[in-house]
Design a binder for this molecule. Structure first.
Ligand code: ADP
Ligand code: MG
Length: 229
């Protein structure tokens, strides 16, 4: 692993029973970069994210993270129970401790400071005390990202966070991600090609294997050359 590399996949394969979702996957990711993960439905994007987050184990090959790195995983589907009366601050606070929150757990001041700081970074400080069920889709996504930030993860993995957002909410989200790059490594899977390619430092095209593009010009050239998403 070179000095600037924070994630490395080497010949990784993962199969769900007989369906091999990814095969022979090799790539590396540089620290504090923003990587767009693109490719068709079923190409294996979510599988790669689940391997990175430790939810799945490669059948073959291996991947490594820079020592001391931790991953904040924002899954494709919001797995919060929106009928549960919890505020933005409470939800983000729950990201500051790794164990499951016991009822009446008392957070320390350092936890609250961390949560408030994360909420500020996603621009939700006005909504700290609002119920998460009273947020728009874009605000809820930002709250989930704040929760990942509050965990102190240095790598943030976002699986199609823009899939159900209108153009304006998605643009807000991209602006926030660009700002996070000062101290976080970000991977974002998305079907909004033009938008994510514009903000990305590099692009991974995932369709069973992974092709890495280092410039947006190269992606546009190749996409124009018949790679269909
Ligand atoms: P993407 O996120 O790019 O749409 P996925 O990683 O979700 O792709 O899926 C890759 C392949 O693995 C697809 O063929 C999909 O049908 C299959 N797959 C995903 N999850 C499961 C699962 N839990 N069980 C069986 N097959 C799965
Ligand atoms: Mg997916």
């Amino acid at each position: 692993m070179t000095k600037d590399t924070i994630i490395q996949f080497h010949n990784v394969r993962f199969c769900y029973d007989e369906v091999c979702a990814i095969n022979n996957v090799n790539f590396n990711i540089l620290e504090n970069s923003l990587t767009a993960i693109i490719g068709p439905n079923g190409g294996g994007k979510s599988t790669i994210f689940k391997i990175l987050s430790g939810l799945l184990k490669p059948d073959d090959g291996h991947f490594s993270l820079r020592k001391g790195s931790t991953i904040g995983y924002v899954s494709q589907f919001t797995d919060f129970d929106l009928s549960f009366p919890i505020t933005v601050l409470e939800m983000v606070l729950s990201g500051t401790i790794c164990k499951k929150v016991k009822p009446f757990y008392r957070y320390k001041k350092s936890h609250r400071d961390k949560a408030r700081n994360a909420i500020k970074r996603v621009g939700l400080e006005m909504y700290e005390d609002r119920g998460i069920n009273q947020l728009s889709g874009g605000e809820l996504k930002r709250a989930v990202i704040a929760r990942a930030l509050a965990s102190d993860a240095n790598i943030i993995v976002l699986d199609e966070p823009d899939s159900s957002l209108d153009v304006e909410a998605a643009a807000d989200l991209y602006r926030i991600l660009i700002n996070l790059k000062s101290d976080k490594t970000i991977l974002i899977a998305s079907h909004h090609l033009d938008e994510v390619i514009d903000i990305a430092d590099s692009v991974l095209y995932v369709k069973s294997t992974v092709t890495k593009f280092s410039s947006t010009e190269e992606v546009k050239e190749k996409l124009g050359g018949g790679i269909i998403i």
